[in-house]
Write a protein that binds this ligand. Structure first.
Ligand code: PEP
Length: 248
């Protein structure tokens, strides 16, 4: 069975003081060898702090975005090599908030995933449909198109990515996909990855969208759900830890 991954997405939240309190509480509650992989994806300015607090622990860390460019005149961007300098194991790419508010195309997301892979960082590639797309029966086509762009760009390296299915209508809304709804989409994504690589079993498929301690176990029990990408609940140590404990 695939080892599960529970990854927190802090989004644009935190401060030096709040991060320290949150991380110390999470670290205190994590067993030395958790049953699942556990990570937090934090705002870039805090990577050094998180690295200092989490180095040598069971808690990995990552960033929430990366530049599609290697280096140079891209003011405000952060490169994959810079993330590697701070020990990032993961970087989220193509979160719906970036697709929506920053106009990130499928191709830009794919280029970011490729930059991460080239730097030895695992991209957590987010895909997901809006409510209007779901209502129009387009869920499958949308997520397949988003993932296909990444497969097209990274080729056989697709075996090294993590995919997060995050229905846009479930993010930060308290509306969670039912385990059956999520599993149905995960099965589609699994089949797409199987068709792209003989190493498909290596690829973890996370669910994200209002996952919390009350719904995590049922979602994580689905055959094709290999973990969770956790927004709001990752900012509360006890909630995050309860989700980690549900991932067995
Ligand atoms: C997210 O932003 O990746 C997310 C899943 O958020 P939330 O858990 O708050 O819905």
């Amino acid at each position: 069975m695939t080892r599960k991954l529970i990854a927190g997405n802090w989004k644009m939240n935190g401060s030096l003081a709040d991060n320290e309190a949150l991380l110390r509480a999470v670290l205190a509650g994590l067993p030395a060898a958790p049953a699942a992989d556990v990570a937090v994806c934090v705002p870039a300015p805090y990577l050094a702090q998180v690295q200092a607090l989490c180095q040598g622990t069971a808690l990995a860390w990552g960033a929430q975005d990366v530049s599609a460019h290697e280096r140079g005149a891209y003011t405000g961007e952060v490169s994959a090599a810079m993330l590697r300098d701070f020990g990032c194991r993961y970087v989220i790419v193509g979160h719906s908030e970036r697709r929506q508010y920053h106009g990130e195309s499928d191709e830009a997301v794919a280029a970011k995933a490729q930059r991460a892979l080239a730097a030895g960082i695992t991209p957590i590639v987010c895909v997901g449909e809006t409510e209007a797309q779901r209502d129009a029966g387009q869920t499958e086509a949308v997520v397949k198109r988003q993932l296909a762009a990444v497969i097209h760009t990274v080729g056989h390296c697709v075996s090294e990515i993590v995919v997060a299915y995050e229905p846009v209508w479930a993010i930060g809304t308290g509306k969670t996909a039912t385990p059956e709804q999520a599993q149905a989409v995960h099965a589609v994504l699994r089949a797409q990855i199987k068709a792209a690589t003989p190493q498909a079993a290596r690829v973890k498929l996370l669910y994200g969208g209002s996952m919390n301690p009350a719904n995590a176990a049922a979602l994580l029990a689905q055959p094709d759900i290999d973990g969770g990408l956790i927004g709001g609940a990752s900012l509360k140590a006890e909630e995050f830890l309860r989700i980690v404990r549900a991932a067995v």
